[in-house]
Write a protein that binds this ligand. Structure first.
Ligand code: AMP
Ligand code: MN
Ligand code: MN
Ligand code: MN
Length: 286
């Protein structure tokens, strides 16, 4: 019988997005929805942005839902974009705030170039179209373009847009330099948080490269691997559970919810339990 950490029983969802980044719901609506879906411990982890946390924390307090201040930092590692979630950060940490402003700063110029690329492929005014979905002027993302392309009928869903237009080699893709892995982990740690390597199953790298990524992440001070997230298959959950144990990392779980109609089968709180034998990273927050 494998050891079960007592915190494992807590219904934790530690990865989600509000309209402050590329989610659809406001921080208040998001937290209310998490409570409705029986989440017991919840983190808002907007991309490169902390400005939704106050509203989310206030709502969580009103609804008696335990809340963890989070963020998801965009990182470029070995020419690949990877995401590092920070949990339990101090939202007023000056250095983290300043660093994230730097990470956000290239997004508008990148989005204009994406618009140019799409224009050349025959799709007019995509930048302006994407902007209509943006609630935070500092945070225009590929997701906003995807929503616009679905609206125009060019693609039937967001996933289709990414495949045809927004990934490397496609007309709307613009390569971008995000933060360095070690600095992102350091900003999170210095702000009192723990760094979690998000959705390892989403990176288009082989096993060897992934192993190297996880090793560097750990050496930089990273604490946990996101073993369970909505787009991991059961096989991937097993694989990353084994990797977390082998690399002596704790394990996290989160839906990566972006909105009610964004993707089939993704709902707040609806995530598989952690496999046995792992240390849930949320033992630190309960
Ligand atoms: P950006 O930070 O502008 O590069 O946008 C990244 C966001 O796009 C991610 O956080 C996801 O929300 C979304 N995304 C990336 N790849 C896909 C995909 N294949 N299907 C749907 N959404 C995706
Ligand atoms: Mn996103
Ligand atoms: Mn992500
Ligand atoms: Mn995310």
């Amino acid at each position: 019988m494998l050891f079960e950490h007592p915190a494992s029983a807590v219904a934790a969802d530690l990865h989600s997005h509000s309209s402050v980044s590329d989610g659809v719901l406001s921080p208040r609506e998001l937290v209310a929805r998490a409570a409705e879906h029986a989440v017991e411990l919840f983190a808002l982890t907007d991309h490169d942005e902390l400005s939704g946390l106050d509203e989310a924390a206030t709502t969580a307090r009103e609804l008696d839902l335990r809340f963890v201040h989070g963020v998801e930092i965009s990182v470029t590692w070995a020419a690949t974009t990877v995401h590092v979630v920070g949990l339990g950060i101090d939202p007023d940490d000056r250095r983290l705030r300043h660093a994230l402003a730097g990470v956000r700063s290239g997004r508008t110029a990148r989005a204009r170039q994406m618009g140019d690329g799409l224009e050349a492929a025959g799709i007019a005014d995509a930048y302006e179209g994407a902007l209509r979905y943006v609630r935070n002027p500092e945070l225009i993302s590929r997701t906003h373009f995807a929503r616009f392309l679905v609206e125009t009928g060019i693609c039937h869903d967001v996933r289709d847009v990414f495949k045809r237009y927004l990934v490397a080699g496609k007309p709307g893709y613009v390569p971008h330099e995000w933060a360095h892995l070690d600095e992102a982990v350091e900003w999170i740690s210095a702000a009192g948080g723990v760094a979690v390597l998000a959705h390892p199953g989403r990176y288009r790298v082989g096993d060897l490269k992934l192993h190297e990524l996880v090793k560097e992440f750990r050496e930089a001070g990273g604490v946990a691997l996101e073993v369970v997230t909505s787009n991991h298959t059961r096989e991937q959950v097993r694989q990353f559970a084994a990797l977390a144990i082998a690399m002596e990392l704790e394990a996290s779980r989160g839906s990566d919810f972006h909105g009610p109609d964004e993707a089939e089968n993704v709902e707040l709180g609806v995530v598989a339990p952690l496999p046995s034998g792992l240390t849930p990273v949320w033992h630190r927050f309960v």
